[in-house]
Each structure stands twice: as C-alpha cells, then as structure tokens.
Design a protein around this ligand. Sequence first.
Ligand code: GLN
Length: 473
Amino acid sequence: MFYKSYQRIRADLDGKRITVAQIVNHHLGKIEEHNPSLNAFLEVFKEEALTKAVQIDLKLNQGIAGRLAGLVIGIKDLFCLKDHIVSCSSKILEGFESQITATPIQRLLDEDAIVIGRQNCDEFAMGSSNENSAFGLVKNGVNQSCVPGGSSGGSAVGVQTDMCQISLGSDTGGSVRQPAAFCGVYGLKPTYSRISRYGLTAYSSSFDCVGILSKSIADAELILEIIAGNDERDSTSSREKVPCFSKSTIKSNRYKIAYFTEINEAEGIANSVSRMMNQTMSSLKASGHLLEKVSFPYLEYLLPTYYILTSAEASANLARFDGVRYGFRDLSISDLESMYKKSRTNGFGPEVLRRILLGTFVLSSSYHDAFYTKAQKVRQLIKDYTDDILKDYDFIISPTTATTAFEINSKTINPVEMYLSDLFTVQASVAGIPAISIPAGEDENNMPIGLQVMAASFEEEKLFSFSKSFKTM
Ligand code: GLN
C-alpha cells in the first residue's frame, strides 16, 4: 500500500477501494516494523488515530470530508498539539503538555488529516545528525549505521520508511532539506514568513521556517497551499497571496539557472555528489535550460554568520526554560539561583548549552558590536547579493549537502565539522528565500543524494514547476 502522493490515496478512497482505517493501520504496521530500530517516533497516537479514522470514513461516506481525508502525518517534536506532549527532544521539557495547537497543524486537522505521532529530532532543533536528542539517536532506514541527518531526522525517516505519508519539520539552517537529502525524500523550506510559526517552539526566530517532508512534489504543493498564509497569531507571517499550488498552470519553461563555481569546487565534496551535479547540469542543458557559472564570494562567511546570529537568538529564546515555568526542575537545590543554574545545566544537553553560551557571549556588551552587529551586516550583504542573482536567474542550484549520510558518531566529537554539513543549506536561510531538496540518485553504497534548488522570495510556484520537470528528466 505505498502511495507516492495523496492524490492517489484520495482517488482510492473516493472509489471505495480503501478506507481511512486501513490506511492508518498500514502506517501503524510500518511503525511497528521499523520504529523499534530506527527511533523516528517518540510517541505514537495509536488509539486517537484509529478513532479519528473511523470518524473520517463516516464523513467520506456522507460526502463531507475535508481535502486531506486519509492523509497521515507525523510532526516533529517541536510543534505544539493541544493536550499532547511537546518535549523538543529535551530533558528540560520531558512530559510537558501543550496547551495550544500550532497553526499549520490546526490547518491540516481542519482538512481531516490525521496526526499519527510525535517525531524525534535534535534537541531544540540544534544539530545536523539527530544525534543530539535526549531520547536516543535516529537511524537512517537505508543503512542503520548512518545518521538520517538533522535536525528533523525522525521526520525524514518517517516518510522514507512509510511510517507516515508526510511530515512537518522545521528548517532554520537546513533541518528539513539536509535530512531529506540523506533519506531520499523531498524537503521544502518555503520563504521565511510564508507559514505561521505560532505553536512551533522557537530556536532562532528570524530564521525558523516550518518545512514539509514528502514523497512527491504534488504532496508538498498541496500541503503548502493549505498551511501557508497570514495568521493573526504570528505577526511576522506574510500577507502575500498564497497561490493554488496544486492546480498550478505554470508550464515548465526554459529557465536561466545559476550555479556557484565555489561550491562545485568546494573542499570535502564527495565524488558521488560532484558526479550527480555534473550529470544534472548536462541534462538540464540538454533540456534547453541555460546554465551559467556565477561567483559567490561570501561562501566562507555563511556558516559564521549563521551560527553567530542563530546562537544569539537561541540564547534569548531558551531563557524561558528556567526550571520555574516549564518541565524539568533539579531538586538538589539550596536557593533560587542554584535552582536556575542546576535546572538549566542538567536539563539541557551539551549542544544546546554550547549554543546558549556562544549566544550569550556574542550578545555581551563587550563583544556585541564585534560579533552580533557585524554578523547582522554580513547577513544583509549575503541577502542582497543572493537577491540580486535571483533577479537575473530563475534558480540557483547546488548539491544539498557535500556528502551523503555519514556514519553514526563520526562527527560528534568535532562540532565544527558537524556545522560544515550545513554549508550549502544555510544560504537560503540567511537570505530568507525558498529552497527545496530533490532526490537525485544514490552513491556507490546506495545512499541517497539531494539536489538543492533555491528561488527568489515567494517564488515557490515556479520552484515546484521546475522541480517536477526535473523529476521526469
Ligand atoms: N544544523 C543546523 C543547526 O544546528 C540547522 C538546524 C535547523 O535548521 N534547525 O543549527
């Protein structure tokens, strides 16, 4: 019962060849089969999903079911779902029950989608391998000695192994695209502000985006169409019109596509990944697209800018987890100050502590201008430069990652090496533009490779149309 897209699920539901209850049972079966070894789901809402399924089957029979009846989704453990636990894969929030439902989740529920469970991720979305979860690492379904990528690793593996049809993740610097590339699924980070962040736990508010992991572009289009758009609960959410992506009439054109010399020649890029890029570029040329080399002089500034700004914002956002208001409190305390200190020291894992310390340092009065203010200026330069390229070109293409999924534990001792795995994804995050990772073949060990396509702000419709033509090449 593998469905590449929801459209086919719906056709079978409408043709009475299948029921929602059977679909839910199918995914529950996959979870039972894979989750004990892969650890992608932290919690499965089995009874609730089965009860919902029966109700939605009734609605289908009465002809009153929503647009997503029979769609089974998994949600990253960063999204609030009322009366359900949201722990951000952190001990500090262990057992914390949410009192609200995130807007994108609510919009899916309103169309009769079913949430099947809560997915493992790097703690507070900080990481690139899903090894930073307080509740155990996640393994890649293609090869269990490899990581699935991060931070939305559980969400990518959920789709990869058909434990759910789609997942909602979050992408601050690549956390949807990078695991999508490592797991062989589609991963979309829309334009910053396209989707409301209400109910998504904040990591770095000026970068955080809700993202979609799917088995097809068609599903990404449909889901984006339903969850995007202004929300009065998130004043930063955009008022830009949301096109009807799933019924788009944009014909795939001959496009003008840029690629960066610096990236294709970057150090540490795997042979299999360069090969994929070369083949992709030749086949794009053969289909009539115009490809041009463009220089990107800011490559070496991307990661420092990203990590300075996101750590600064994280140190402010995570100040609310203090042992008083939420979750974990260390009880071996003598006074108020030691309660804060011990709760935070023992509640957060090492990577989150590192980011809080780094962020507090770059915001401290003596270093503020040297780091934080400077990084903001560089962010603007990168954004302007990127926007300018996208005035001349329809897309910028690159590999999503320099290598395929790496071995578990191979980068945990060296954080800088871990940060390097975000090198190609952070540009879109710094610039706030949409980007997608498309499955683009495999390496010699059958590990998936991802192609990244970036477009100008709010050009998701064009991005989808191009991505679809790429698939059929
Ligand atoms: N790996 C990056 C980081 O650790 C990206 C994370 C994300 O996009 N949430 O910050």
